[in-house]
Design a protein around this ligand. Structure first.
Ligand code: HEC
Ligand code: HEC
Ligand code: HEC
Ligand code: HEC
Length: 141
């Protein structure tokens, strides 16, 4: 991983970051802020997602995981290939599955099951963060 970063010519910076234990080749590939859109629905504005801020606060495995050949969820492990949520959370791959009240066969279900569930929890524990669970916090106009 460090090798890949070095190849990008940012050796000094990356070595400094590498020592913090953060997987830099992976975080280098992803912009600090993402705009998430569902390919099959656009009732709401896209979800704004400050990735870097979350990356600094939580383990990668809080949100990223993989899938085994027989279709089971596989926990995140350092160095694992990270795919876009919709590569699995679409009607063809996981269309018949639910997790609690969330449909696993679309980005909305995966996004709400992950993002919204955590935001609700944080808002419940700390009333000063109530805003985190409102639609407009993520679906910014
Ligand atoms: C709070 C949730 C969350 C955390 C924590 C998180 N990520 Fe992400 N990450 C996402 C989401 C959501 C995307 C966008 C996926 C998509 O476009 O479908 C993403 C995208 C990425 C991508 C780009 C994937 C692609 O093909 O576009 C990489 C690489 C990545 N994350 C690496 C990491 C690493 C490494 C960590 C830990 C240091 C981490 N992420 C922590 C939620 C998270
Ligand atoms: C490689 C395939 C794959 C990718 C990529 C993937 N998932 Fe999943 N995910 C699964 C599978 C399989 C399950 C288990 C579904 C079931 O049987 O309940 C699952 C379950 C979930 C669940 C419910 C269980 C839990 O852990 O809370 C959520 C929420 C979720 N995924 C969100 C996401 C998000 C957000 C992303 C993108 C950052 C993502 N997934 C990327 C395959 C994937
Ligand atoms: C494990 C918990 C967790 C998950 C999962 C998570 N978040 Fe967050 N999110 C937080 C916390 C905590 C904050 C910052 C609260 C604070 O310090 O004010 C935050 C802040 C934000 C903010 C900034 C709000 C502001 O202050 O303007 C946005 C936007 C956001 N999250 C979107 C998302 C999206 C989209 C996802 C899923 C792709 C996601 N979050 C997943 C916990 C989470
Ligand atoms: C913590 C972040 C977060 C919050 C809060 C949130 N969503 Fe989402 N929502 C997402 C993500 C991520 C997706 C999948 C990417 C996308 O389509 O924007 C999504 C997708 C959707 C979709 C499907 C895509 C579309 O635009 O048609 C709808 C509808 C939706 N959300 C409605 C809501 C409503 C209503 C609320 C308030 C009750 C809400 N969301 C609150 C993160 C959030």
């Amino acid at each position: 991983m460090v090798k890949k970063a070095l190849a990008c010519g940012l050796s000094v910076l990356f070595l400094a970051f590498a020592s913090t234990g953060i997987s830099m080749s992976a975080s280098e590939a992803v912009p600090d802020e993402l705009t998430l859109t569902s390919s099959d629905s656009d009732k709401k504005p896209p979800a704004f997602f400050p990735h870097k801020m979350h990356q600094e606060a939580f383990d990668c495995g809080e949100c990223h995981h993989g899938m085994s050949e027989d279709g089971k969820q596989v926990a995140y492990a350092e160095g694992m290939e990270i795919k876009k949520c919709e590569e699995c959370h679409n009607s063809e791959v996981l269309g018949d599955r639910k997790s609690g009240k969330y449909d696993m066969g679309d980005f909305k279900g995966a996004g709400h099951g992950n993002c919204l569930e955590c935001h609700r929890k944080v808002a419940k524990d700390d009333s000063s963060k109530k805003k985190l669970r409102s639609c407009g916090t993520c679906h910014v106009k």
